[in-house]
Design a binder for this molecule. Sequence first.
Ligand code: GAL
Length: 805
Amino acid sequence: MIAYRIFPWLFITCLCVCICSYGQPGTRSEKLLLDNGWRFHLGDIPFPVIRGNSESYNASKAGNAGGAAAVKYDDSQWRVLNLPHDWAVESDVDSSANVAQGYRKRGFGWYRRSFTLDSTDKGKNLELQFEGIATHATVWVNGQVVRYSWSAYNSFYIDISAIARYGKEKNQIAVRVDADAMEGWWYEGAGIYRHTWLVKRPPLHISTDGVFAQPIKTADGSWLIPAEVTLENTGNKSAAPQVNIAVYDKYGKQVTSAQANATVDVLDKAVVKLNLHVNNPELWNIESPVLYTVKTVVTANGSNDQVTTKCGFRTIRFDADSGFYLNDKHVKIQGVCNHIDHVGVGTAMPDALWAFRIQKLKELGANGYRCSHNPPSSILLDLCDSLGMVVMDENRNFNTSPEYLAQLEWMVRRDRNHPAIVLWSVFNEEPIQGSPVGYEMVRRMSKIVKRLDTSRPVTAAMSGGFFEPVNVSQAVDVMGFNYEIKGYDRFHKEHPTQPMTSSEDASGVMVRGEYVTDKTKHTLDSYDTQFPSWAATHRVAWKAIAERQWMAGCFVWTGFDYHGEPTPYTWPTVNSNFGIMDICGFPKAAYYIHQSQWIPNKNVLHLIPHWNWPADSIGKPIKVMALSNADNVKLLLNGKLIGEKKNDLYEMVSWEVPYKPGKLEAIGYKNGKEVSRYVVETTGVPAQLQLIPYKDTLKNDGQDVTPITVQVLDAAGRPVPTANNHITFEIKGAGNIIGLGNGNPNSHEPEKGNQQSLFNGLAQVIVQSQPGAEGVLTITAKAEGLQPATISIPFKKVPAVAAVQ
Ligand code: GAL
């Protein structure tokens, strides 16, 4: 879902909070952030043992939860913190912890938060919304257990209207989190790591995720929004509401509207269907992701509720012969898979950091994002909508029991308005994928999806089994291949009418700024030569997709490195090496390979390695590789021609160059004309620090963040690519450092605090504003023997986020 209540404008990084007021007492609808002021205890707190008769009798009564779930439990000594929170990233790495989870201990934790409700809130519908807790969670409100949650990746909504307290009496939330439970083989974080909300709305209201309004193009070529609105009545009077939907273009001009009447009985639900016709809408596409705003208002019994969603007008089609079409235009999907963590913050990702990541992927030339292997936070989907990126949304747990089908259903219900989503994936690499059991399970899951959305195909990311007599590929619309390059042609030949895509490929491994693969030092070279047994280099994997028109596209594993799943090395390596960018978002060589291949109209030219080799390398051959989409590349060293080669867009070109310090220069030619130039120079020793903020202002909402790139320059002002200086940061003004890192998969430096070493010339520090901040945030970087650097980032005044006090 996008902007929840009444904001008709497009937003990118802001929290979608609003308040609607209609002048009637008791009819205010509010979505209030409930992220601030939680108390946290690391570790489990056992429940008291109960033995006596009356103790047992009392303990089993509503509202009498014991231990840390009890209303009156004394949590005054617990730490106070704000969500989103990931306690795993706060700990040191530990060789005895699970390698897959990045050698971070997870364990158990407790959170508590109290709040009051005004007496005017009486009778309203009150809902707590948890967007994500890793991993298993039990939630109590006012001493009653109100939810067991079995997945870190599913949001859940708790109607507390019946049990809420008003006036001076406090409402008490307690959450016990079991993060030893795992759902994956990657870093999953620990704790309440996504936003939490309290929603207040009239008793007759629109259910959460209750507006489905996605445009479709009808057979006669006209556009229709067959809207469905789910209403719920938690009041004590039957309601006969009127439902109004209006659609607005990007300028805020209304383009269509429709009304309908409904009746909703007491404590019941009703679904209202309306058809909206739109003439000649502006289409949503990757280059120009035009969004429309859908405002749904329900009015009854003198009150009203309102929900704002976004939609995009676009058609999608997967063709068995020629791949993917967006608005009937062929688009090769140049996608990346990603997990959900970033350096310094783990899985507790501020919204603005998601914006940073999606923008980085756009700069790379990616046009597709696979939410591997779980539903993402909703802000990510909003960003893919607004920045133009097609999405494969993925279910986490492959299981057809009711609890897990409910997880799948929740994902589709929450996400089906997003124009960005073009595929629903029901699983990733399941051992029973090539069996009748797998087939039967997917048949059922596909049906669940189709009941809620017939407009997008269902896929599954298969890593084998697709040539078995009965297998999952027969139950999906689009066949998804993980790595199985050798199966592409045979499958296409045997199933000429089934559309196909890679759902995951490459898994090439490299370490940013390293040029030698050294097993003793756990380094991996940047020449795109290293990959695990099931995988392929970036270049081989892309060639296999690019040369087959019927392959809709690729999803490279992965856009960014992530904590955990270190491959091929384990301890002391703690992070993955698969990223096209490192865990901070700094480009590796793979970035320029893909950029060359994925942005044909940009003249890309980059050289590896750096040119800062030690004196004993002089005269020894060094492999120089040009990453470019030019036709020809010429290479010069200190003005002397090394050679000119015809470029191979799949393989790229390289030379063995006897090392001599100085200036290595490449010139790219297209149709005989110079189109690009790139220089690598031998630099001097580190002299001064430099800080480069990603954004030049910070919104003062206490949410906004910016990553800051840290590097050192030589006396001539050139970045030193081999610098590994240890840096200390000082911060002045109403902001905080929320995390730091350097992209080194072997680093054991803490990701919290105010210190970090550069790794191959770079580090990142992430700063966040405090609510209501004024003036500027000043950050100073210092290192022994270097001239310090100071930058000031002005705060930008924005409306305060509506939040629970
Ligand atoms: C795939 C798997 C991913 C990741 C990747 C590493 O098989 O789907 O989650 O583990 O391998 O290459």
